[in-house]
Ligand binder design. Structure first.
Ligand code: PLP
Length: 445
């Protein structure tokens, strides 16, 4: 299978992939970049990114909607962030195992942006931040079970890393999905502390809280489902979730690793008007540098203060991460930032919808602001099982190949997203829509 019309155009990526495979299992350092995640016959190797563009090892340039899977909200190499990091390294250092004043400056900005966050702890990745949040919820409530939803992803720690996309034969009945191990190596027994539910189904949550509420420490959810394409919450669903958890003394944890600082300074929770107890942020926070945050109610966070719940790390709040995040948040806080980002993103989402509808394809584009995905499906998709049953993955694959061959890059997986950055212009979007028009005609053949 060739993903470029002339395969030779990406020959150097093929050569680099062969070399990498000799010393790196699978040739890549994350599953999402692997051949088995759709990058066949090999992933593109990147030379550099600049603004809204990415250049591969053969010198091909693409309009980039992959955006590092979300962090590059300012585009690639935003000068203000690069400069802040360089200044910090050159003038101050990197890691001290002691605090700097800059950490509290960053924490102040996060607390000011998010009404639900009274205190916040910093770390490096979304995986770590989720791990902290679930541990804290267990410590605060004295309960052990975590409710999570089929089709979501919360990082790769053993505690929550159950298959996000299990085969439906193994995953139990629709109303009560069973945890399916991601693969060998998961410790036995961890799944006893997980309850997996279908998303967008308040009754399923109500039922489980009715029977198991006294054992449930937290309900962990993305506010929009971003790990099975993009699925929006049905009207009233998150409100019901908030009410059910509050009544049962269960903490509501929003995993805003993708949505945080992308849908607005106050994340999806600000946009949708829901106040979780704890929240987790990562990607958008650091403008491309590894930094994450976990924060929320002061009474819950105070368990960390008293030293009862330990959160540690040699690299937590390192100088590079903090400098990058402080500079990124200053950019995001500029007047009009999100209005402009939304305007370009809406032009893309509505434009794609028009192109696909005009072509008569069974497709719709779902998203909010600078986050979206195309579903090739006659029916609307409300959760993971509906995606498995109704979405046409083969058509998505042809769509992806067609767009890539026309210079538009996004992830090959139908269950991933397209991300837009502040560096994307209306002209970028219009060029993308031209590519989409041609690709749509190709799909009809
Ligand atoms: N939570 C969500 C919703 C994610 O999408 C991801 C990663 O994509 C994570 C957590 C894990 O974040 P990280 O890759 O920084 O560990």
């Amino acid at each position: 299978m060739n993903y470029m019309p002339a395969h030779s155009r990406t020959a150097r990526s093929g050569v680099l992939f062969d070399a990498a495979r000799r010393v790196i299992p699978g040739g890549v350092n994350s599953t999402a970049r692997a051949t088995w995640s759709g990058w066949t016959p090999y992933p593109l190797f990147v030379e550099r990114g600049t603004g809204s563009r990415i250049e591969d090892a053969d010198g091909n340039v693409y309009i980039d909607y992959l955006l590092g899977l979300g962090p590059m909200i300012l585009g690639h190499r935003p000068p203000e962030v690069t400069q802040a990091v360089v200044d910090f390294i050159e003038n101050r250092g990197t890691v001290f195992a002691l605090p700097t004043a800059d950490e509290a400056v960053l924490a102040e900005k996060i607390v000011a942006a998010l009404p639900s966050v009274e205190q916040v702890r910093l770390c490096n990745t979304g995986t770590e931040a989720v791990l902290y949040a679930t541990r804290l919820a267990r410590a605060f409530t004295g309960r052990h079970k975590i409710v999570r939803f089929e089709g979501m992803y919360h990082g790769f720690s053993d505690a929550v890393y159950w298959s996000k996309h299990p085969s439906l034969e193994k995953a139990g009945p629709d109303s009560r999905p069973q945890p399916v191990a991601q693969g060998p190596g998961m410790p036995k027994g961890v799944e006893a502390n997980l309850i997996i539910l279908p998303w967008n189904d308040a009754d399923a949550l109500r039922d489980v809280v009715w029977t198991h509420g006294h054992e449930i420490a937290a309900v962990l959810t993305e506010p929009l489902m971003c790990n099975t394409g993009c699925i929006l919450p049905e009207p009233g669903y998150l409100e019901a979730m908030r009410a059910i958890t509050a009544e049962a003394g269960i903490l509501l944890i929003f995993d805003e690793v993708i949505t945080g600082f992308r849908l607005g300074l106050a994340g999806a929770q600000g946009r949708l008007g829901i106040k979780p107890d704890l929240s987790v942020f990562a990607k958008g926070l650091g403008g491309g540098f590894p930094v994450a945050a976990m924060g929320g109610r002061r009474d819950v966070m105070s368990l960390v203060d008293q030293g009862r719940v330990s959160m540690a790390g040699t690299y937590t709040a390192n100088g590079i991460a903090i400098a990058a995040a402080n500079a990124t948040l200053d950019m995001l806080a500029r007047p009009g930032f999100y209005e402009n980002l939304d305007a370009v993103s809406d032009r893309l989402r509505l434009g794609l919808e028009d192109v696909l509808q005009d072509a008569g394809l069974p497709a719709h584009v779902v998203g909010l602001g600078p986050l979206m995905q195309v579903w090739f499906s006659e029916k609307p998709i409300r959760n993971y099982r509906e995606a498995e049953r109704h979405a046409d993955q083969a058509l998505f694959d042809r769509w992806w190949r067609g767009m890539l061959s026309r210079g538009v890059l996004f992830h090959p997986g139908a269950y991933e997203n397209l991300f837009v950055s502040a560096a994307h212009s209306a002209e970028d979007v219009d060029a993308t829509l031209d590519a989409a028009r041609d690709t749509a005609q190709e799909l009809l053949r």
